[in-house]
Ligand binder design. Structure first.
Ligand code: SF4
Length: 72
């Protein structure tokens, strides 16, 4: 049973600069890990994990070059 879930280390995460190019989001096979615009200026982004879709597979963690996504 997969009992770990993805957690984003905000100090490492660079989604503010890479936006929709976030590798973790691109590699999520279930569409659970997504990048969303914060609104307002339309430039700032943030990551969002849909826990209803997440299957705890860990692909997002493997995909992030900055090791910002950890399975905890
Ligand atoms: S653990 Fe798997 S399903 Fe969940 S957000 Fe990461 S890549 Fe997507």
């Amino acid at each position: 049973m997969r009992n770990k879930m993805p957690w984003v280390d905000r100090l490492r995460c660079d989604v503010e600069s890479v936006g929709k190019s976030c590798k973790a989001a691109k590699h999520c096979p279930h569409g659970a890990f997504t990048v969303r615009e914060k609104g307002g200026e339309g430039k700032a982004h943030d990551v969002f994990i849909d826990w209803e879709r997440c299957r705890r597979c860990g692909e997002c963690s493997h995909a992030c070059d900055l090791f910002a996504v950890k399975m905890v």
